[in-house]
Design a protein around this ligand. Structure first.
Ligand code: SF4
Length: 518
């Protein structure tokens, strides 16, 4: 009988030997290979008790019902609690980092002005970037939309006879439906970011721009891996799961014909670009195969290399509350014997640049801080938005792609302004969300019931006497009406919450009684 200590001796140093069951074998991958970094073998760390709630149901071009998907997420309390706490933890870490930088607000202002300046002169900086990138030996392509982006990359891969592609995480490729396109033309895409790979294996989109599988419990991941790479479904030890995935993905990475990355910042004066990751996976995608393709949204430009420092200081602190990403990789040109291609993608960005109320959303550096702080996002999960971009920034970007389909999204916000406060490039997010609501009313994309309710609320709130009378009546009604009259299908708000007991006095009545005469 192998004991825990014998097993640990075989596997090297075990960080938490107490997690191993008495009869456990040393941890092994499905192919029998040892998993040297894994800590547990088959002892379930927690019995699976709750199914993962799935995202919004998409029905063609019909408006996505975010509220319905959010209700399903809230109805899964383990998921909701974990998601809320995990993201709030990131927000708190971000705050700690922010307090460690006395010039934080100056950095935000600087980042905002650099981005605004670049966007105002975007045509010039794009030309400069292209000329310098070509001079560095890079092939530069331009794609006006998602279809052109996918065709261009397919053509490059076909020219090289490439049948498999390793890829680091890129929201732009999600926007372009790239993986689906590649599957249709018979090219295998392998995600190299762990969270993104989990989502790929589960056939789900990323739910967050930085932590794509943040909505999943580790038991959910154990289930996905058991089905797809043959791990033990009862072992949800994170080290075991990560190592098993590593063993399964590594041969695919080493054998891939081509590699692909996104881009965090493209520097016009040098024609170079920078990719920030914490797993080093972009470096694998860029350096293992000889062919490297990078998809770059045109808003990723910054004028000069010296500007990069401003964004690098802000990005990881805002995203994860860490001083810097583990890898900040600069790509300048093809390596010896290799080839590098860049696809500069518009896909609606020029149109957004022409929208007076929404153009500054192009400053976004995709740090995810607005999502981590948003009470709606934290409690409803990113997949409830049914769109590429979720959370507060998604409420602005998604309707620019399709105002009808995403017409419900700008209403999934409390407009508390926390998103704008944490945004490292000072986008006035909550004001733009409000502007979208006005715009959707103008475009007749708001339902009759919602419009009528808002109109009635507006009338009431603009008449103080009527408002006070209504509040007094409501307080009496809440105190005396039977429960079924208050909590029924017409009260969506009360589906998930108890209405607080009405206070004896309203602020107005207290003020009138205590201070009114003074
Ligand atoms: S809008 Fe601001 S906070 Fe939100 S992801 Fe973009 S840069 Fe980060």
């Amino acid at each position: 009988m192998s004991s825990a200590s014998e097993g640990a001796g075989d596997a090297g140093v075990m960080l938490h030997p107490e997690l191993r069951a008495d009869r456990d074998e040393a941890p092994k991958a499905p192919n029998g290979q040892r998993l040297d970094h894994a800590e547990g073998a088959s002892k379930p760390l927690r019995v699976r008790s709750e199914k993962q709630p799935r995202g919004a149901r998409i029905h063609g071009n019909r408006p996505v019902d975010q509220a319905e998907a959010a209700a399903r997420f809230i109805a899964a309390p383990e998921h909701e609690k974990m998601h809320d706490e995990r993201l709030w933890d990131l927000r708190q870490k971000r705050d700690r980092e922010m307090h460690g930088i006395p010039e934080w607000e100056e950095l935000r202002t600087l980042a905002s002005s650099i981005k605004e300046h670049t966007l105002v002169h975007l045509d010039e900086y794009l030309d400069q970037f292209e000329a310098n990138a070509r001079a560095n030996g890079i092939h530069v392509h331009w794609a006006k939309d998602a279809a052109e982006h996918n065709h261009i990359i397919h053509r490059v891969l076909a020219d090289h006879g490439a049948k498999s592609l390793i890829k680091s995480k890129s929201m732009l490729t999600e926007e372009c439906g790239f993986r689906h396109y590649m599957a249709a033309v018979g090219i295998e895409v392998i995600e190299t970011d762990l969270g993104e790979r989990i989502q790929q294996l589960d056939n789900e989109d990323p739910s967050h721009v930085v932590v794509p599988a943040v909505h999943k419990l580790r038991t959910d991941v154990a289930e996905v891996f058991a089905k797809t790479i043959g791990t033990d479904p009862d072992n949800s030890d994170v080290h075991y799961l990560a190592e098993a995935q590593r063993q399964s993905n590594r041969p695919l990475i080493l054998a891939a014909d081509a590699g692909m990355t996104g881009c965090n910042f493209a520097v016009a004066e040098t024609g170079t670009f920078v990719v920030c990751t914490n797993e080093g996976n972009a470096d694998l995608s860029a350096n293992v195969p000889k062919l490297h393709i990078a998809s770059i949204g045109i808003e990723k430009m910054i004028p000069r290399l010296e500007h990069l420092a401003v964004f690098v200081r802000l990005l990881s602190r805002s995203a994860l509350g860490s001083p810097i990403t583990q890898y900040t990789s600069h790509f300048r040109g093809p390596r010896e014997g290799g080839e590098m291609h860049i696809v500069l993608v518009d896909n609606g960005r020029s149109a957004r640049l022409g929208m007076p109320e929404f153009w500054t959303s192009l400053k976004c550096i995709r740090c995810g801080a607005c999502m981590n702080t948003c009470p709606v996002y934290r409690r409803s999960g990113g997949l409830s938005y049914g769109a590429t971009y979720s959370g507060p920034i998604g409420l602005i970007i998604d309707p620019t792609f399709n105002a009808h389909k995403y017409s419900n999204l700008p209403f999934a916000s409390t407009l508390n302004g926390s998103c704008s406060n944490v945004c490292p490039v000072k986008i006035n997010i909550h004001e733009q969300i409000l502007a979208w609501r006005r715009e959707l009313v103008k475009q007749h994309e708001v339902s009759f019931v919602k419009k009528a309710a808002m109109k009635a609320a507006g009338e009431l709130l603009s008449r103080p006497a009527a408002y006070r009378a209504a509040i007094a009546t409501a307080d009496v009604a809440l105190a005396h009406l039977p429960r079924f009259v208050i909590y029924n299908g017409l009260n969506a708000w009360g589906d998930h919450r108890e209405i607080p007991h009405p206070p004896k006095h309203t602020f107005h009545s207290w003020y009138h009684a205590n201070r009114g005469a003074k």
